[in-house]
Design a protein around this ligand. Sequence first.
Ligand code: SAH
Ligand code: SF4
Ligand code: F3S
Length: 439
Amino acid sequence: MQNKEESKKLFIQTLGCQMNDTDSAHIAAELNKHKNYTPTHNIEEADLIIINTCSVREKPVQKLFSEIGQFNTKKKEGAKIGVCGCTASHLGEDIIKRAPYVDFVVGARNISKIKDVVDTKGAVEIAIDNDDSTYEFARAETSMYKTSVNISIGCDKECTYCIVPATRGDEISIPPEMIVEQIKKDVANGAVEVMLLGQNVNSYGRRFSDKREKTTFTKLLQEVSKIDGLERIRFTSPHPLHMDDEFIEEFAQNPKISKCIHMPLQSGSTNILKAMKRGYTKEWFLNRAKKIRELVPNVRITTDIIVAFPGETQEDFEDTIDVIEQVKFDQIFNFKYSPRPNTAALALEEQTVPDEIGSKRLIEVIELHKKHQSELMQVNVGKTMTVLFENLKPNGEISGFTDNYCQVFVKGSDELLGQFVDVKITEATRTALKGEIVK
Ligand code: SAH
Ligand code: SF4
Ligand code: F3S
């Protein structure tokens, strides 16, 4: 039973990836259900302040302590501070040692324990072998038309630059029936689109908590697409290594799957990919991208690129540029290599690429990508595209996304919200389209 008089306010700040967004939604829902916390955007009225952290690159970690210091000065008398997420996993009790006003620390693999630690001063829950994969979280708040559902926890890869396996532990798949059940509930509440989330979604189904038969991501996609009322399926991140023909064919022919795919390249150089332990070559990546483009002509392909990985020569970097030229990504998330604790690439320190070279390479990738983006977006002008409208702006514009996930703005009213509507595209910028409703 919830007691209204005890209602407390929760302020939660989320950094990092979409899994952290889902984790934060679960934290908020759990604390609402079990501890009667309701959300606030005003830090000064919060009884509990949580920061859900990311440690994938060094900068956000450096910022963490100045940020929680700020929270400590702004918080009201008696309010608590909790640190959750990936930096919580890897720094653990050191966070409380360095910032004693922090009340508790909950690692990214221990989110299910939030309701138990919230009232325990000094609690540190960061076990890397904790298994949340069959824990029934309270229903996370979702946007009206979209929901995000985790399909696995952890990551079994050992990419040599990446801290995630050390903060989220081994990969365990969430049972398909739990995933389908959750999506059905969200659809009953108005969702028409789902984002399936995992660090490596297309290795889904290899290990479960119980001794059940293995399955595959392709089979999961087929199960999820049977859900009545669910119109659009998205997923992230898939790994290029596991993009087998079966998967690509399902992606191409399943009408519910959004035709926008993330193909995290990291580097175009086979030598660097080897040093990163990515498991594929430049040629494999190009072959997969080509097959996807052949089967899905309107596909949009997004990627992640790391420049200046230790030992990256000019020639290696030119391989990355060559792949960008050949694939023409619709969106690139660019990063300069950042050395992380608990990663194998730390041993390559003596091959560090000078920072100014890293910066130059980053700029080159950004500039080339901008050029491609403009060209790719321009091609849409004059086309008619189906848009799911989801957001009404105060200026009378309404926006949504096409099936291949371009953002489109039109003049319109709230009766379009939640509808799939044909739009004639009249204008393109580098990042969005404008159009008119086809009557
Ligand atoms: N599991 C996902 C992404 C995890 S992290 C995947 O494999 O696609 C998101 C991105 O951050 C990675 O794809 C990578 O490009 C980048 N990244 C990870 N570790 C990094 C590091 N040490 N330095 C710079 N970028 C990094
Ligand atoms: Fe990190 Fe690689 Fe796992 Fe992605 S697949 S989370 S980059 S180890
Ligand atoms: Fe960051 Fe952890 Fe996600 S390190 S990118 S929050 S998995």
